[in-house]
Design a protein around this ligand. Structure first.
Ligand code: AMP
Ligand code: ZN
Ligand code: FE
Ligand code: FE
Length: 288
């Protein structure tokens, strides 16, 4: 049974997903999806392998990133779709800095944790699906080490306690401001879509007002169909999207076996994809 839409939000092992980029694409092809965007956190390291696998299976691979930003002191995720292949952009430069900050931060968290639990930094490096500089290390990797040591059952339990922002082990990392992220995404030829902005767990603090501020900064679209969006949240987002003629998307936020999200559980219809393709074309990006 083929699904008519594209899954525009997925993660591989070059960030905190558990499928390699090629496995992820093969899984999408087996499900009958016409295409996916690979949107690893703050890195494009998986896109070349994913594109090769896509050309072997006949599905379309959209060049994406889930960019880390901060808004009102909270982490804010912006999907960049259609990122240029050109490596010489402000976006690429800043993402390299953010990955470096993620690495320093994860090391400090592991140091703090290793005083109390049997986990090591080497163990975390072993489980990264890309080189040190290209991989994007995050709390999920630390959660996996804690689960391996029997400290927690799974990632969810780790996030609910020991790795939560309120935990003494928690350390923040450097990220874009939302305005800088959106500007850099545009300059890299891509479309900027606010990811899970009204998630009950990790959405924007001041709801619709914060979203309107992002739109004033140039946000092009809103991810509406996401498992962390309730029906009322979807209605609010849809109204804002209509008022501002924004692109609307859906995606699974698949992380392999790192999260319950199933590949293709939310998708984006082809009409929305045409709008994305037009904008990427205007901005000189590379959609695929
Ligand atoms: P970080 O950016 O390193 O602070 O880690 C946040 C990432 O962890 C998010 O992008 C999510 O993909 C992932 N995450 C958040 N909550 C959970 C959870 N309960 N279980 C598994 N992964 C999670
Ligand atoms: Zn993630
Ligand atoms: Fe996210
Ligand atoms: Fe995500």
């Amino acid at each position: 049974m083929g699904n008519p839409g594209f899954d525009l939000h997925t993660h591989s092992s070059v960030s905190d997903g558990t499928d390699t980029p090629a496995q992820l694409v093969r899984n999408a092809a087996e499900l009958g999806l016409p295409g996916i965007a690979l949107t690893d956190h703050d890195t494009t390291a998986g896109l070349a392998d994913a594109a090769r696998a896509a050309s072997n299976t006949g599905i379309t691979l959209i060049r994406g990133i889930e960019v880390s930003a901060l808004s009102e002191g909270r982490s804010l995720h912006i999907l960049a779709l259609g990122v240029t292949r050109d490596a010489d952009t402000k976006l690429a430069q800043r993402l390299a800095e953010i990955r470096s900050s993620r690495r320093t931060r994860a090391k400090v968290m592991v140091e703090r944790l290793s005083a109390d639990f049997p986990i090591t930094w080497e163990q975390i490096l072993e489980n990264m699906g890309a080189s040190d500089a290209e991989a994007s290390v995050g709390r999920p990797h630390i959660a996996d080490a804690l689960a391996h040591a029997g400290v927690v059952r799974d990632r969810s339990e780790a996030f609910a306690g020991i790795l939560a922002p309120t935990s003494p082990y928690y350390v923040p990392y450097d990220a874009f401001t939302s305005a800088d992220a959106i500007a850099a995404i545009h300059e890299a030829g891509a479309v900027a879509i606010g990811a899970h902005l009204l998630s009950a767990y990790r959405g924007v603090r001041s709801g619709a007002d914060a979203i309107r501020a992002l739109i004033a900064q140039g946000l092009d679209g809103l991810e509406i169909r996401h498992r962390e969006h309730s029906e009322p949240a979807r209605d609010i987002l849809m109204n804002i999207a209509k008022e501002n003629s924004l692109i609307t998307t859906g995606g699974s936020d698949y992380h392999g076996h790192g999260k319950p999200n199933a590949l293709g559980e939310n998708t984006t219809p082809l009409v929305a994809l045409e709008r994305i393709a037009d904008l990427v074309d205007q901005r000189g990006g590379d959609l695929t």
